[in-house]
Design a protein around this ligand. Sequence first.
Ligand code: PNW
Length: 467
Amino acid sequence: MSNIDPLTFPPGFLWGAATASYQIEGAAAVDGRTPSIWDTFSHTPGRTKGGDTGDVACDHYNRYREDVKLMADLGLSSYRFSIAWPRVQPGGRGSINGKGIDFYQRLVDELLGHGITPWVTLYHWDLPQELEDAGGWPARDTAYRFAEYAALVHGALGDRISNWTTLNEPWCSAFLGYASGVHAPGRKHAPDALAATHHLLLGHGLAVQAIRAADPAAKAGITLNLYAISPADPSQEDDLDAVRRIDGLANRIFLDPVLRGAYPEDVRQDLAGVSDFGFVQDGDLEVVSTPLDLLGINYYSRHVVGAPDPDVPAEPYWRASTSWPGSEHVRFHKRPGHPVTDMDWEVDAPGLTETLVRVAREYPAIPLYVTENGAAYVDVPDANGEIADIERAEYFDAHFRACLDAIAQGAPLHGYFAWSLLDNFEWAWGYTKRFGLVAVDYATQTRTLKTSGHRYREVIRRNGLAE
Ligand code: PNW
């Protein structure tokens, strides 16, 4: 895929924006929806910033028409959203809930009516609470329940949707959900995180098979949050080994089983004291590695890691050792003077190029999509109520360039989804972190396109960058 003009994307490049059900929908208890693990978690005191919940969020359930209009104004070619499992199959078992699926029917029709391709994620973290009560992802049965749910949704929407993503970021579901417990369901038992990893991937494979059985032409994939990783000091053996370990737990523990059909041997050894991987049954890895049509990559930042260092300051949760079983002695570093976003994540656009090129070189050929990329910053409206979010606009611009660099180096990148269309419920951070191209005033539910949104519209219009 070589480009004549180095600032132009390949013809047909997909330009999108992404959201997730629990982060935007609200309407948590209407039309038969039952609680998900995120309802339970966010309603448990002390779990989210300020006790924020997704009860109302962006009220997208009631305002989706207005939101689709915003997408059309931006010129999006695609919209990535997720389906709330407890809305369409309350409790995670049994038949489809007509009122719940009807919302997605209306949303999809609205998108298609505006020429926007729906890009569906089946699971963006809102597991029905009943399934968590029955064991959650550490229980093998949840994988079968997920495949059944996938088949139900496909049966209802398969005639109008061709792109299916099974899971969003299983690393977060497994490690933040069951090891460090900073995400729902908030459990803190490292062996469970490994069992959850396997059952998420098994559920993914089973779901792909169910969708393919119903429609051989359906396109199916998974979205992983991948990281560029580098050593604090490349001359130190210990730091290089820390890179190997964190790359193993963040990237390869998902990429290898899904794209190569095996868990990485070194990762299994690192984890020997945590889990014997006894949950892997004969035939599972064939299911997990069911061939895919595409891989979604969510990229935000780089991890810089090294051997333990008593001078390295205390860790924020996503660098906390509890999120990285088997790598407890690794230290995550913050490079002095390096720019960070409001999440305290380092801005590292070359890491996106590196990640895309690495996947293209090291794994079997598969079309790649950036399914999330974006930045939280504190937005300050000016006197006219406009939000001149220059830092976010520059973050996006740098990452568009990183995509072009990856394409120039041969990565088969076919699309890019900005995270996020709207400011929304940022999980454990509640409403305190804003990622939107569109600002949301939660008191009035007023939407305002930010400067980054205006600039994104120009990029989409040109299918490239201005200079
Ligand atoms: C992703 N971490 O979450 C999710 O897919 C989105 O729902 C979310 O809003 C977005 O990125 C921004 O956070 C992540 O701690 C949450 O490493 C936490 C981590 C990574 C991704």
